[in-house]
Structures are given as structure tokens and as C-alpha cells.
Design a protein around this ligand. Structure first.
Ligand SMILES: Nc1nc2c(ncn2[C@@H]2O[C@H](COP(=O)(O)OP(=O)(O)O)[C@@H](O)[C@H]2O)c(=O)[nH]1
Ligand SMILES: [Mg+2]
Length: 373
């Protein structure tokens, strides 16, 4: 005669955990019966218990997994399966281990705003530093410009229309966005029509390279079928240093890195190669970090404590061949209606660095005759 069994069910489920390195992680939950065989999994694989690290306990109807001395490698999705003759039940929870903050950000906007407000470009040949934002449709290029304008103009900006989620590009014309609030700020941004995900349509690589070199005049409409012709009235034959771009900002969505492959990588590499030949600084703004990481969503100040974000940065670095110190996770205004100092600080931190690099480039170019083909 066997023991009468009831189908296992959870009275309480596992809770998500976020711990600091060195802490003990305790996962526990209550069941409706004491008669079952528990098995624990990590990321879908049977948990390999390590002596002194993992402790599995059952006290009455409570199941417990203790993980001592939390480390990066302990991060993952943990599942508890209960099994008896009457059936099975399972529940899962995400365990996140904070990294020790590996890059520091000044979470005070005022000094950074003041610094950028009073920034003096190191050459009188150029009145504004020019940044070309390039990346796939929906990456957040327009949102980056809106966010920067919002920071300096102290109000929400929707001027350059971030599109609703869609796979079609919204930006069609080549347009320059400046920052102003009574006072002129020495930066300007061009948001270039993205690359369509499936067909890899969008702006042709030759046109993006022309834009980097300053050949493309404002209001030009890009075509995915043919590049800007040298005979067009929109083609600037002899661009000056102030018509050229001074920094290439690749805008890459952290939550959609897997979609960046094949043709787009080839395109991005061709653009990067052209920028490299010109000696132009190149960076990545890694957007939509809140979509990629719950820790960053809960608090943007966690970006440099998040293993997920760091992994995304490494992935991006490997994918595009851009060094880690040129990759900046940023947050954009997208649903907020008021100002948020954390969003501002993360963006200002990146903007301060790329402003210095763009300025170095301008100084270098103005000291020698730049040759633009
Ligand atoms: N959650 C989240 N959404 C964002 C962020 N940045 C942009 N978005 C959204 O992503 C979508 C595409 O952004 P958009 O700026 O139009 O991309 P673009 O095509 O590269 O110009 C819009 O729905 C934005 O609201 C971000 O940091 N977090
Ligand atoms: Mg756009």
C-alpha cells in the first residue's frame, strides 16, 4: 500500500532576487504537500550542486535553495520542479547578481550641463560639432536627439518625431537638429534614415559615407534604389570642415541585438571603414536598455552594475568591432512626461565624452588640410 498522494501545487511561488556579490541567495516556496521529489534547474539545465555553494533543503512543505557567496556566474533563471505519482508542478524566478560598478557616472546633471554649455571648440573653422546618428529603424535615433534637446531646452521634445514601434523607417529627409535655448549650443545631430530590417533597404552605404564627408545638403530625400548623384543640386562638391561630420554615432537597440546580422553588419562595417579612413571617432549608443534589463528598468543607475547590460556591450563590441570604451548604454525619454535626472546624466556622460572626441578630430583636421574625396 503506497502513501496517499495529492498532486503537487505551489502555495507560494519563488520570488525574483537581486543580490550583491558575496551575499547568500535564498530561494524558497511553499507547497501543498510534503510528498514529492524536488529538482532544481538553472537556465533549463539540471542544477549541478557544488559542495559549499548550493544547499537544497525541504522543511515540511517548504522547499529551499541556498546559494552561498553570490557571484556573476550564479545569475540566471532558477526553476523548481515538484514531482509525484499524481503529477508535477514547476515555478521559476530570475536571480540577478549586481556587478561591482565597473564604470562610474556622475549622477548630477548640473556640472555636466554647465561644462557642455561653456564648451569651446578648438578650431575657429567650425561653429558646431556634428554627429551622425546611424542605425536600424526603431533603434532610438530620433529619441536620442529628442532626449538631448529635452535636457538642454528643459522640456520634453518631440520635434523630430520618434516613431511608434514599427519596422518602417519614419525619417526620410536629411535634416540637421541643433540644440538651442536662448543660447546657441555647439552641437548638431543628423538622424539618418535607418536600414530596413528584412530587406536591408534604407539609406545606401554610399550615401551614408557621402553624409560623413559632408557632401549631402539638408533636406535631401534618400532613396534606397540609387545614391545621391554628383550632379544633383543636393550634392555639395567641396564640403568644408563644418559641413563634414565629426563623429559617427552608431545607435543600436540593446533589446534587439539578435536582429542585427548579415547585410546590416556588412553595411555598418563599410560605413565604419570609411569613417576610420577619415580618422573620425566612432561610438555606439546602446539604447532601450530598460527593455533589455529589468535591473536597468527598475533604476537606470544600475546600468554599470548589470551583467546583462555588460554582456550586451561585449556582444555589440564583438559584432561591430568597436572597443568597449566607445560603447555607451543610454536611456531615452519614451514614456515619461516629466524630466528625469538619471536619464539626463547617463546621456550627458556619453555626450561629454563624444564631444571631446569630436573636438579632438576637428582640431586634428583643421591643423592639416583634410582631403575629402
Ligand atoms: N523602452 C524604451 N523605448 C525606447 C527608448 N528609446 C527609444 N524607444 C522607443 O523605440 C521606438 C523607436 O524609436 P525612434 O527614436 O523612433 O527610433 P529611430 O527609428 O531609430 O529614429 C519608439 O517607440 C521609442 O519610443 C528607450 O530608451 N527605452
Ligand atoms: Mg527616426
Amino acid at each position: 500500500m503506497g502513501v496517499l498522494q495529492t498532486k503537487p501545487e505551489f502555495a507560494t511561488v519563488l520570488a525574483e532576487k537581486q543580490v550583491k556579490p558575496g551575499q547568500t541567495i535564498t530561494l524558497n516556496c511553499k507547497t501543498n504537500t510534503e510528498v514529492f521529489i524536488p529538482t532544481w534547474e538553472k537556465n533549463g539545465q539540471k542544477l549541478e550542486c557544488v559542495e559549499g555553494k548550493h544547499k537544497i533543503k525541504q522543511i515540511g512543505k517548504t522547499c529551499i535553495l541556498e546559494i552561498a557567496n553570490a557571484q556573476e556566474g550564479d545569475e540566471g533563471n532558477y526553476t523548481l520542479n515538484l514531482n509525484n505519482k499524481e503529477g508535477t508542478a514547476s515555478c521559476s524566478a530570475m536571480v540577478t547578481v549586481e556587478l561591482n560598478e565597473w564604470r562610474t557616472v556622475e549622477w548630477k546633471e548640473k556640472p555636466m550641463i554647465e561644462n557642455l554649455r561653456s564648451f569651446k571648440i578648438g578650431s575657429d573653422k567650425v561653429s558646431e560639432l556634428r554627429f551622425l546618428l546611424y542605425g536600424p529603424v526603431g533603434a532610438g535615433k530620433s529619441s536620442v536627439i529628442n532626449t538631448i534637446k529635452s535636457i538642454f531646452e528643459r522640456r520634453q521634445f518631440i520635434n523630430c518625431l520618434a516613431s511608434a514601434e514599427s519596422s518602417k523607417s519614419y525619417t526620410i529627409y536629411y535634416q540637421k537638429y541643433s540644440v538651442a535655448q536662448g543660447k546657441f549650443f555647439p552641437f548638431a545631430f543628423n538622424d539618418i534614415m535607418g536600414v530596413e530590417k528584412e530587406k536591408c533597404e534604407g539609406v545606401l552605404t554610399d550615401d551614408i559615407i557621402s553624409a560623413l564627408k559632408g557632401h549631402v545638403k539638408e533636406d535631401y530625400q534618400f532613396f534606397s534604389t540609387h545614391p545621391l548623384s554628383k550632379d544633383s543640386t543636393y550634392y555639395l562638391t567641396n564640403p568644408s570642415l563644418s559641413d563634414m561630420m565629426h563623429c559617427l554615432v552608431n545607435v543600436i537597440p540593446a533589446d534587439k541585438l539578435v536582429l542585427i546580422k548579415g547585410d546590416f553588419i556588412r553595411k555598418i562595417k563599410a560605413v565604419r571603414q570609411a569613417a576610420r579612413r577619415m580618422g573620425m571617432p566612432q561610438v555606439v549608443f546602446l539604447t532601450r536598455v530598460d527593455r533589455a534589463c529589468p535591473m536597468a528598468k527598475a533604476n537606470l543607475r544600475n546600468v554599470y552594475k548589470s551583467k546583462k547590460i555588460r554582456d550586451k556591450m561585449y556582444e555589440c563590441s564583438n559584432l561591430l568591432g568597436i572597443p568597449l570604451n566607445c560603447i555607451f548604454p543610454v536611456g531615452n525619454y519614451h514614456e515619461e512626461t516629466g524630466m528625469n535626472e538619471d536619464i539626463n546624466c547617463l546621456m550627458l556622460d556619453a555626450l561629454t565624452k563624444i564631444t571631446d572626441w569630436a573636438n579632438d578630430y576637428v582640431v586634428k583636421c583643421s591643423n592639416k588640410q583634410v582631403h575629402v574625396e
